[in-house]
Design a protein around this ligand. Structure first.
Ligand SMILES: [Ca+2]
Ligand SMILES: [Ca+2]
Length: 119
């Protein structure tokens, strides 16, 4: 197993936060892992907040992309996601989003695939 630290940055715009159930799948050069529910005892994914989660996973190899999304539950579930950082034992990769995951914004999707910044 390897330790992964998943850092999720929610945007600082009106109604950016969500109480929906957020999950992530990691895609690496070797394999994938997930979906992994991201939740702890705090109120996660609030406007302007950064949430950090630590999970132990079978190593996926060099991270290439992620799929992140939510189940559209709760009040005003639309979520504005800035970006995700994932640290594994060897490096940190950034996955920029800067978009809504909301049924009533843009393309209406609540789940997206994000490529690693810098390829
Ligand atoms: Ca929340
Ligand atoms: Ca919201």
């Amino acid at each position: 197993m390897a330790r992964y630290e998943i850092t999720v940055e929610t945007g600082n715009v009106e109604n950016a936060g969500t109480d929906a159930n957020v999950s992530i799948t990691l895609y690496g050069q070797t394999t994938s892992a997930g979906p992994i529910g991201l939740d702890d005892s705090r109120d996660n994914f609030e406007r302007g907040a950064t949430d950090r989660f630590v999970v132990d996973l079978t190593p996926v190899g060099r991270l290439l992309s992620i799929v992140i999304g939510h189940d559209n539950s709760g009040n005003k579930p639309g979520w504005y996601l800035n970006r995700v950082f994932i640290s594994d034992p060897s490096e940190t990769a950034e996955f920029p989003a800067y978009r809504w995951l909301a049924t009533d914004e843009n393309d209406g999707r609540t789940q997206v695939r994000l490529a690693r910044a810098g390829g």
